[in-house]
Design a protein around this ligand. Structure first.
Ligand SMILES: Cc1cc2nc3c(=O)[nH]c(=O)nc-3n(C[C@H](O)[C@H](O)[C@H](O)COP(=O)(O)OP(=O)(O)OC[C@H]3O[C@@H](n4cnc5c(N)ncnc54)[C@H](O)[C@@H]3O)c2cc1C
Ligand code: HEM
Length: 406
């Protein structure tokens, strides 16, 4: 139990730490990796370089501290992070390491302003926050381990099939090397791939959404290559998967995780909006609705630059043709001359409110979307402008979760 005084000190210093948030977490990571270089096998180096993880961690710590006397209010956020931590293999013994280095970084940045009283209060508060994460994650580890076909940590899967879905996206069908059962999952969830890449000093962990419906003998992931000519440096894991991982090779993955999942309890129509490779969790939802919920109307809206990057086009067209519950639309932002001639898209440019209103009879639906952050911002704003209540708007970030507000 924290004393009222400790709570007061922590809450009153949150704004100060927020002001220095970026500096503190940058210093924190410098210290962390200098003292524990083995953690470079867990953290995403690109997120570090782009400062995305710094912002995410800082925001989470301050949000937790601001609610230190009522952590129950931030349980959904802890759960979302907990899913990510569990899929990465973050363990209770990691927490003191993070706590120690965070406090030392606060001292480094604030200097004398960080009095012993303040540091002591934050040490206690961090302990309480860490315990909340550890206990929620313990439940997630147990569930991953004890479910049918489940496991803890990393499990070896063989690439049974590698299928090109578009110029930039390729699917990998993964079956367990030991031939035994695999864990079930909810449509929208992801796995983490642990990539041991020849020539790379560290292992690299990346999340990939499961792109087919559950209940199959395989997991399918569909990966966009991040190696366009203007992209320097190229993406480490996606380039490796595309160029070097072939049928018969083995990938280590953790059990499915994630809280961006299709709510199958309701009966409202479902609208799925996919931007680029953000189609993967939505494809799992679409296939699930067709296979298991034939009475639920679903509209699948896919945004791509043009037909060359439009993945799983034939599959969606087939579903729409064979299942009256499914309607599909395509938006191309940069249609080619051939696309224009073929007229194989429904809208040029981006999803906007006028167009959405023209294709959907009402906003009475559950909306799910995923894609590049600018796409997600646009869709989020459009849905809000249309008056869709927040509880019917669901989305996933393909990186550290951030804000969609302008
Ligand atoms: C929940 C979740 C689900 C996901 N699902 C999918 C999915 O289904 N399919 C999919 O393809 N991806 C998915 N992702 C994204 C995926 O995890 C990877 O982030 C993606 O494949 C890129 O990883 P990479 O190793 O190839 O690139 P990284 O090496 O991580 O680089 C990422 C980007 O940063 C750039 N970059 C690297 N270093 C720097 C630097 N110093 N300065 C500036 N830019 C730099 C690279 O050019 C690249 O564009 C998902 C992510 C999450 C969190
Ligand atoms: C109370 C303490 C902690 C908080 C508040 C916290 C917060 C966060 C947040 C907000 C994210 C981003 C989640 C997202 O992807 O949306 C994250 C991811 C992550 N966390 Fe934590 N975390 C804590 C402890 C730890 C510990 C102890 C470790 C292990 C040393 C750790 C390792 C990671 C890693 C590796 C990621 C993924 C980041 C990446 O992609 O590089 N975290 N954490």
């Amino acid at each position: 139990m924290l004393s009222p005084k400790t709570i007061e000190v922590v809450k009153s210093t949150v704004p100060v730490l927020e002001t220095h948030g970026r500096a503190i977490t940058t210093r924190f990571y410098e210290r962390l990796f200098a003292q524990h270089p083995e953690l470079l096998n867990i953290f995403n180096h690109a997120n570090q370089k782009q400062g995305r993880q710094q912002t995410a961690l800082a925001n989470a710590v301050y949000a937790a501290a601001a609610h230190i006397d009522n952590l129950g209010a931030i349980i959904p956020v802890v759960e979302q992070i907990g899913h990510k931590h569990r899929s990465l293999g973050i363990k209770p013994e990691h927490y003191p390491i993070v706590g120690e280095n965070l406090l030392a970084a606060i001292k480094d940045v604030l200097g004398d302003a960080a009095t012993d009283e303040i540091i002591q209060a934050w040490a206690e508060a961090y302990g309480v926050i860490a315990d909340a994460f550890i206990s929620i994650e313990a439940g997630m580890y147990q569930q991953a381990r004890e479910q049918r076909g489940g496991w803890e940590g990393w499990r070896r899967f063989t690439v049974a099939k590698k299928v090109k879905e578009s110029d930039v996206i390729t699917s990998f069908y993964l079956v367990p090397e030991d031939g035994s059962q695999i864990a079930d999952y909810l449509p929208g969830q992801y796995i983490t791939v642990k990539a041991e890449i020849p020539g790379e000093q560290n292992t690299h962990l990346r999340q990939y959404s499961l792109s087919d419906s559950p209940g199959k003998a395989y997991y399918r992931i569909s990966v966009k290559r991040e190696d366009a000519l203007d992209q320097r440096p190229k993406g480490v894991v996606s380039s490796y998967l595309h160029a070097q991982v072939n049928e018969g090779d083995v990938l280590e993955i953790s059990a499915p995780a994630g809280d961006f999942v299709l709510d199958t309890a309701g009966d409202l129509p479902v609208v799925l909006l996919a931007g680029g490779v953000g189609l993967t969790p939505l494809m799992s939802m679409l296939n699930t609705l067709v296979e298991r919920f034939p009475n639920r109307k679903v509209t699948f809206i896919q945004a791509a630059t043009g037909s060359s990057t439009h993945a799983m086009k034939e599959h969606v067209a087939q579903l729409a043709e064979n299942h009256s519950q499914v309607t599909s639309y395509t938006c191309y932002s940069e249609p080619s001359a051939e696309d224009r001639l073929a007229g194989n898209f429904d809208k040029e440019g981006f999803v906007d409110l006028a167009w959405l209103k023209s294709i959907l009879s009402s906003n009475e639906a559950d909306f799910y979307f995923c894609g590049p952050v600018p796409f997600m911002r646009e869709v989020n704003r459009t849905l809000k402008d249309w008056g869709v209540p927040a509880q019917r708007i669901h989305f996933e970030f393909f990186g550290p979760a951030g804000s969609l507000e302008d």
